[in-house]
Ligand binder design. Sequence first.
Ligand SMILES: Cc1cc2nc3c(=O)[nH]c(=O)nc-3n(C[C@H](O)[C@H](O)[C@H](O)COP(=O)(O)O)c2cc1C
Length: 202
Amino acid sequence: VIIDPSKLDPRSSYKLLIGAVVPRPIAWTSTVSRKGTRNLAPFSFFTVASRQPPTFCISVGPPPETEGGERATKDTLSNIEVTGEFVINIVSLSLSNTMHESSKNHPPEADEFRKAGLTPAPCQVIRAPRVGEAGVSMECLLDRILDLGSDHLVIGRMVRFHVKDELYEDGRIDVAGLDPLGRLAGNYTKVETIFDLPTEDL
Ligand SMILES: Cc1cc2nc3c(=O)[nH]c(=O)nc-3n(C[C@H](O)[C@H](O)[C@H](O)COP(=O)(O)O)c2cc1C
């Protein structure tokens, strides 16, 4: 089949997008509000945007409709707009349920670290906490936000890596030990088989 996305309703187009771009890494994103309330939410529309300086992007979609009417933006986006900071934590398989819990639509005043029973660990450069249980966390300063159609592309320059000692060896991260969770369409995958492709003999 060949499909013109402009002929699809947004929901159908989204379903094809999330089935085609798989597996996706998950940016488990911690922020604080203007008042200092801690927030945490996963974003799988996430990648490295530049290697030097190390830069990431996440795409934040419109907020879900809430009972008290529609919120203007997701808490993550409004916190980043106000503070100019965020942390990307990597989700290991053992943290899957906690991560999923943090994707639920909590009110802005809810402390999502406390709700999830996670340890808010201090960052070095920014005020938002990182997830103490995460194997890798990366502190980011906002570079810019691009309005792209229905979504906002948040671009952040990474200023600190936090890597658990047991996952760090010779300047590399032990990916098998990190055991990262991947997002498929609506479901998940784990990294089970890691292999090299043969390199050409030159
Ligand atoms: C694994 C996973 C990946 C998600 N990826 C995205 C994403 O890329 N963009 C987005 O806007 N929402 C995404 N969501 C939904 C948000 O996490 C959800 O709307 C969350 O409540 C936002 O929280 P906040 O209002 O505290 O920012 C994802 C949810 C899950 C479970």
